[in-house]
Design a protein. Sequence first.
Length: 355
Amino acid sequence: MPMSVLFIGGGVFIGRHLVEEAVRRGHQVTVMRRGLSSSAQSLEGTTTEWRDRSEGFGELTAQRWDLVIDTCGYVPSQVQHSAAELNCGTYVLISSISVYRDFSEPTPVDAPTVAPAMDGPLDGTSYGGLKAGCERALAEARPKGTNLIVRSGLVVGPHDISSRGRYRGKEQASTHLHYDRFSGRFPYWPWRFSRGGVIAVPGAHQSPLQLLDVRDLAEWLFDILDLGGSGVLNAVGPQISWGDLIEACASLIGDSKDESRPRVCWIPEDLLVAADVPPYTGLPIWAPETAETRWLHRVPAGGFEAGQRSITETVQAVSDWLHHGSMDSRLLLGGYELSREREQEIIGRHLAASR
């Protein structure tokens, strides 16, 4: 049955795919956006309200919504206000597995979380606490059983670009600057393979990863909502390896016997650390294995598994998007990736040490 759905945010990446899935299922979709991103146009099949959530919700508070889906809840006070002011059957908050306190062991939804932060600047150290604060704000503002909190893992897929690409020529808030640590990461790898040459790849072939295709996230979320889902759920991808990702990228580039194909050089983690390669961004997605970085592969899906597509399907979709859009790499990437010269220097150091 068609539902009335209000999205808070929904123009780029995760929000965009959620909106498109809602439209595909025949729902009546309204998207509240600020209009700051480079894709600031109404999405087909939707009604757009150009409004900043920090300035209130105006006439949107007069309507009864079946669903409110909050894709950009980073400030607890803002989540509290939207949850209290908007009249809806179910409020969905896109949260993060960053709320979990300890990744030395797997983290089901009842695992301990970090202390909620109710205010403060958004950066790499405060992100998890602020997301936990948003979860608390939602729980305090609405009755139990009327909320769905989605703790997403590392989500990848088409339309994942850095805030340099999203907010061209426009002022960026701390949210966007922080997000460059994590946006535009996955497309780096199909893009890098398309450039050819010898490619530095981090760690070892069997090093684990969990990547969730954004299209799987969108389909999974609306399947859950169709069942009347509420509570807290992890949304994470299947367990794969770095080798799976790299092989999927390599499969896009011609015949395996073609000598002009890109060549891969696996760089040991200790060498990357010694060379001061920035975690998450220098070689995107990679970070040295510690208790704090095991979120990349240690989160169980629970009883509702979100990941369905293979890594090969995801890589192919991202490659098609990059090719179709003729994406400028200066806008696609966050700007912190290794330069070609630095990459080749590190490869040379590794090869020299291996002789």
